[in-house]
Ligand binder design. Structure first.
Ligand code: IMP
Length: 429
């Protein structure tokens, strides 16, 4: 199909980076459509590990057009660091294929300050944000204070816009938070400097995307974060400030409801979450440590240890529904090897009630207990296996249980970080 949307099925960190890199082999264009440097997409190629926060994971394939789309919030300093990373690895060629949407909003220094201040004021109800200024940047976009990538192309516009926004921000900083004001000229010079370096990449990406679609090119939209971090559909308020669901990907890329979409959900073989908020299948015992250490479950952006637990099938089914998923990719299946039993949550018990839906009411989160289906584990290391039928029977039972339970096929299985550690059951794209 010409358009594939990749979405995380849980709370992010499902291994989307590797899968986007893998699928990019067949793509012409890869687009990031939402979020910013709160994301951390890890790709390992030829034993070199790249972590991208902003640049689409398809960038490591020669010839693929990579776009930072309309719906993103871009931290220029972070983007320049990633550009430098590519240069350091001799990948200058990649920079010819990198484009930034004129409409993308910029993360400004005050966004990071407000991110921190808001977290402090939330006290025990803090969200556990990545501290990258994402929420305040989206707040400004919605409140129409945003400075967009296109504003970097004209010094006068940038200067005028910053003066007005900064008057407002400094008033809040000084009068509400009793903080020193931010110096306009320092910020302006910093952003003039970014403008000089980033201007060549800023363009009308909507036209590029429309033309690619009209020419029946293969386009991937790389979702960041995950379904349960979606501003509307996630565990609000413990969510991010954008729309990681498939519909948000379309909006953030500037596309309408085109009718030939493959909606692919990336689902880790177990579940993790970083930051605060409900997580019914969190293990809180030695299984959590096992998964965290074997799976390297430490935040790619903040280094925070991730909370780990069994696969939450209730959330997975919800992700199938909310993203209209047509196929699943199960990642990090190798991490489960060595556990005597494997569990998958199929329902919750909340008080007397048994339900197959994630509770929206925060009052029910504390008493929400997972009901598990327990399956046999497998002892052997599966990371070198390339064919589905070579997997141990118990491993296949687990995959087939996921298929039966969700009603959609598991098309790919990832058994290790490298591109080649991927088992194909059904060709995608
Ligand atoms: P923010 O996006 O920095 O505002 O953080 C809001 C919540 O989303 C926090 O719980 C973060 O830990 C979480 N979050 C944001 N981006 C990611 C991601 O890429 N992976 C996993 N969690 C994320």
């Amino acid at each position: 199909m010409p358009l594939s949307i990749i979405s995380g099925t849980h709370w992010g960190d499902e291994g989307k980076g590797k899968i986007v890199d893998y699928l990019s082999q067949k793509a012409d264009m890869v687009i990031r459509a939402q979020g910013g440097s709160n994301a951390g997409h890890t790709v390992v190629v030829d034993k070199v590990k790249y972590v991208f926060h902003l640049i689409p994971s398809g960038i490591l394939h020669p010839g693929k057009i990579c776009i930072l789309g309309d719906g993103m919030v871009i931290d220029p300093a972070g983007l320049l660091e990633e550009i430098q990373l590519l240069q350091n690895h001799g990948r200058e060629e990649a920079l010819q294929r990198l484009f930034i949407s004129e409409k993308a909003n910029l993360v400004m220094p005050y966004h990071k300050i407000f991110d921190r201040l808001q977290e402090t004021f939330r006290q025990d109800s803090r969200i556990g944000t990545t501290g990258r200024g994402i929420g305040p940047a989206y707040e400004d976009k919605v409140a129409r204070w945003g400075i967009r990538a296109v504003d970097l192309l004209n010094q006068e516009t940038l200067s005028d816009k910053l003066s007005i926004v900064l008057n407002y921000k400094n008033a809040i900083l000084e009068k509400v938070f009793l903080q020193p004001p931010l110096p306009r000229d320092t910020i302006l010079n910093e952003y003039f400097n970014y403008a000089k370096k980033l201007s060549p990449y800023i363009t009308n990406t909507s036209i590029m995307i429309q033309e690619a679609m009209l020419a029946h090119q293969k386009v991937i939209i790389e979702g960041a974060q995950g379904t349960m971090l979606d501003l509307d559909h996630g565990t609000y308020p413990f969510v991010t400030s954008s729309h990681p669901v498939a519909a948000g990907s379309l909006l953030g890329a500037g596309l309408g409801p085109v009718n030939t979409i493959e909606s692919i959900g990336i689902c880790k073989a177990y579940t993790s979450r970083v930051g605060e908020g409900p997580f019914p299948t969190e293990c809180l015992d030695e299984t959590e440590n096992y998964l965290r250490e074997k799976g390297g479950e430490y935040g790619a952006t903040t280094g925070r240890p991730r909370r780990c637990g069994w696969l939450d099938g209730v959330v997975l089914k919800y992700a199938v529904q909310i993203n209209t998923l047509t196929a699943l990719v199960v990642t990090k299946l190798d991490v489960l090897g060595g556990l005597p039993h494997i569990k998958i949550c199929t329902q919750y018990q909340i008080g007397e009630k048994i339900t197959s839906s994630f509770p929206i009411n925060p009052a029910e989160w504390k008493s929400c207990q997972p009901i598990y289906q327990t399956m046999d584990g497998w002892e052997s290391d599966i990371s070198g296996i390339h064919h589905y039928l070579d997997l141990p029977g118990a491993t296949r039972d687990y995959i087939e249980f996921i298929e039966d339970y969700t009603g959609i096929p598991v098309a790919l299985i990832s058994v290790g970080p490298d591109r080649n550690a991927t088992i194909v059951r059904k060709e995608l794209f």
